[in-house]
Design a protein around this ligand. Structure first.
Ligand SMILES: [Zn+2]
Length: 191
């Protein structure tokens, strides 16, 4: 049987790898998977000018506010029984979770265009660039207000268009076969 060759040149630099935007947006998406929100899982990743991640967050209840006790619903006769009054958005959590002294001049990667409340935090924290994936709430006043503030505060924002629709992480894919094809170092008996 003829062997189909997919072999890479193991002596040259790999050409198929994810670029920075893809990497940071994927981290925002991975972080979103931690969210317990039944409707919208959103993640955010803040990166400094050295391409170092300085903050990650996802939408969730504030610390010590039990996410089994607080409401996750969007509508109720009593607004106190909806999530809106309680949930911390991903952007706010990412800023507050920062592992650097500040996030001045940083870039924030977010799945969804920030709302007006997050826009205020983004501006006040010194973040200069917003890279978002979806603008599905563009018609909502929260998004319109956010853009108005970003424009006034000279915050750059741009949509990220993914090159790949999917990045797969397969824990069992650690190239064991390929590694076993590499020349083995002879081991002496008794080593
Ligand atoms: Zn928000």
């Amino acid at each position: 049987m003829a062997e189909v060759s997919f072999k890479r040149d193991l002596n040259s630099k790999r050409t198929s790898y994810i670029d920075w935007d893809e990497y940071f947006m994927a981290i925002a998406f991975l972080s979103a998977k931690r969210s317990k929100d039944p409707c919208t899982q959103v993640g955010a990743c803040i990166v400094n000018n050295d391409k170092r991640i300085v903050g990650i967050g996802y939408n969730g209840m504030p610390m010590r506010c039990d996410d089994d006790e607080f409401p996750w619903g969007k509508s109720s006769r009593n607004s106190l029984d909806t999530k809106y009054l309680y949930v911390c958005h991903a952007e706010i959590n990412a800023v507050l979770n920062k592992n650097s002294s500040d996030v001045k001049d940083c870039t924030i990667y977010v799945a969804l265009f920030p709302c007006n409340e997050c826009a205020k935090v983004i501006i006040q924290s010194g973040i200069k660039t917003v890279i978002y994936m979806s603008d599905k709430n563009a018609h909502k006043v929260e998004t319109i207000a956010a853009k108005k503030m970003f424009d006034a505060a000279d915050i750059k924002y741009r949509q990220y268009i993914p090159k790949n629709q999917k990045i797969e992480i397969n824990f069992s894919d650690i190239n064991w076969n390929e590694m076993s094809q590499l020349p083995q170092t002879p081991t002496k008996q008794g080593d």
